[in-house]
Ligand binder design. Structure first.
Ligand SMILES: NC(=O)c1ccc[n+]([C@@H]2O[C@H](COP(=O)([O-])OP(=O)(O)OC[C@H]3O[C@@H](n4cnc5c(N)ncnc54)[C@H](O)[C@@H]3O)[C@@H](O)[C@H]2O)c1
Length: 310
């Protein structure tokens, strides 16, 4: 997060189609009310920011919620916001997703209290943004622990149950950072790229098991959402320089998650999706087209004449 130039859009390209910065058409909350009625959803990092907004959007869509975070007071606020929706039950779990033992205990408790998990949203994440030259290995590894290990730990907790019930949706929070190289992004960008690769690979396993329609997973860029993740990691001077890049409300990603969980965008299953794009328009191109051109997947490009041969 050190160099504001890294947020210069001209470095990466500028969309010619308009991007969304708040909920639109198919992902308006009123279009999603009841879409996940009675399902059980787990949201990590539910205490604040995007995770809180995802929890509320899922509650609006009728899901019961297991809210996980290390911040207990914040979780209670999220719980209250979720339980404003008729018939929605929300339970709070203080859980550090990097602890194998705690995660296993938490998921066992969720199963006993709320029942089998239908929707897992791996949203918890941290950004460690120091240059590698100024960082220790331990500092570097911290983001891998939360962003990748924590995510995969939770995935493994739900995988077998979803396979047995032939039903389930997993949404992993990646980031645009997964797709670009940035000085200072060694741990954040590589941990998010690992999340994206794992999402693509996991869906391949679902397809191979003949369960691709029933088990669907996605990874997302939520947009640029101003909040503590950014402010806790930057000086006021840098914040002033980068504030204008963070244009998106957390509800943009949150309602996209409710839409995906409802199975309304299965053409994108296994893919990376930038929530600022129009999900309905992207899906209208169909899974075959997205697959054929390897769109919405991390990849490597070669010079003409060379192919990615096995
Ligand atoms: N804000 C953005 O612009 C942006 C952009 C791209 C990706 N993301 C991703 O979106 C997700 C949410 O971001 P945010 O802006 O809401 O961040 P945030 O820091 O406001 O919220 C993250 C939440 O995760 C929790 N958390 C951190 N470590 C944890 C752990 N070990 N166990 C359990 N919970 C833990 C935190 O307590 C916090 O409540 C993150 O994965 C982030 O990388 C955010």
């Amino acid at each position: 997060m050190a160099d504001p130039e890294q947020y210069n859009p001209t470095r990466f390209g500028i969309s010619t189609l308009p991007l969304n910065h708040e909920p639109y058409g198919p992902i308006l909350p009123e279009r999603l009310a009841g879409a996940n009625k009675g399902k059980v959803a787990v949201v990590t990092g539910a205490g604040r920011g995007i995770g809180r907004a995802i929890s509320i959007a899922l509650a609006n869509s009728g899901a019961n919620l297991a809210l996980l975070d290390i911040l207990v007071d914040e979780l209670e606020d999220t719980k209250r916001a979720c339980e404003k929706y008729d018939g929605v039950r929300a339970e709070v779990y203080q859980c550090d997703i990097t602890s194998v033992e705690t995660v296993r205990r938490t998921f066992a408790s969720i199963a006993g209290t709320l029942g089998p998990v239908d929707i897992l949203v791996n949203n918890a994440g941290i950004a460690v943004g120091r240059l590698a030259f100024d960082e220790t290995f331990e500092g570097f590894w911290k983001a891998i622990e939360v962003n990748f290990k924590g995510t995969m730990l939770c995935v493994y907790e739900v995988l077998r149950g979803m396979k047995e019930r032939k039903s389930g949706c997993i949404v992993n929070m990646a980031s645009r950072a997964a797709t670009v190289d940035m000085a200072g992004g060694l741990s954040y960008n590589s941990s998010k790229a690992a999340v994206a690769r794992a999402t693509h690979s996991l869906q391949e396993e679902f397809e191979q098991a003949g369960l691709g329609e029933q088990l669907h997973t996605y990874c997302l860029h939520p947009g640029g959402v101003w909040g503590k993740m950014v402010t806790e990691n930057t000086t006021p001077e840098v914040q002033a320089q980068i504030r204008s890049i963070f244009k998106d409300v957390p509800e943009l990603c949150a309602n996209t998650v409710a839409y995906l969980a409802a199975g309304r965008a299965k053409a994108l299953r296994g893919c990376y999706f930038d929530c600022r794009q129009d999900v309905e328009r992207v899906c209208s191109f169909g899974r075959e087209t997205l697959d054929k051109y390897e769109l919405y997947k991390l990849g490597v490009m070669f010079l003409p004449g060379y192919q990615n041969e096995p």
